[in-house]
Design a protein. Structure first.
Length: 178
């Protein structure tokens, strides 16, 4: 049953809201994600998106038969096949890039970078030393060198990243060989 607004004042307010929406809502982006099974994630707060990314990776890896448990370290998100894995998640930005943030030199073996587009997924499983050695500091200044980030186009990732992805199939192969 479809609900309708019956109060004329609420209808008027709704009309004004609809007119304002063009200043606040990127309809092209909304249409791009329409009917995507991942579209709902876009509306979640940033911290919750990270948790959803962790759950997606853990659920997918377990469904593929990999051994997945909670991490034994506070610095890693999961233990997969006996290795500490830090999971980074990004939805495709309007500029057609993924942005994976907050890589730190902490206790984990690999970073699992999961990028979700409306109808595609990209994945890279990268040793910590490689990710930290090939990504710039996220924050400027002397105090900001402890975090790194990775911006990449799924259509043109950096060459150093090629052997670690970009498909879920390749991510599985890497983790299966842990």
């Amino acid at each position: 049953m479809t609900q309708r607004i019956t109060d004329p004042e609420v209808q008027r307010l709704g009309t004004i809201a609809a007119a304002l929406a063009v200043d606040y809502v990127d309809l092209e982006q909304e249409n791009r994600w329409a009917n995507s099974p991942f579209g709902w994630i876009r509306s979640r707060p940033s911290r919750q998106k990270g948790k959803i990314g962790e759950q997606l990776v853990a659920g997918w890896a377990a469904a593929k038969g990999l051994d997945v448990i909670r991490s034994t370290s506070r610095d890693a998100d999961r233990m997969i096949q006996g290795r500490l894995v830090e999971i980074k998640f990004s939805l495709l930005w309007k500029s057609n890039v993924y942005v994976f943030q907050q890589f730190r030199d902490q206790e984990y073996d690999h970073a699992f970078c999961l990028g979700i587009s409306p109808f595609a997924a990209h994945a890279w499983v990268v040793p910590k030393e490689i990710i930290l050695g090939n990504t710039p500091s996220q924050h400027g200044g002397r105090a900001g060198t402890d975090t790194h980030w990775l911006h990449l186009s799924p259509d043109d990732p950096p060459a150093w990243l090629a052997r670690y992805g970009p498909t879920l199939r390749r991510a599985f192969q890497i983790m299966h060989e842990f």
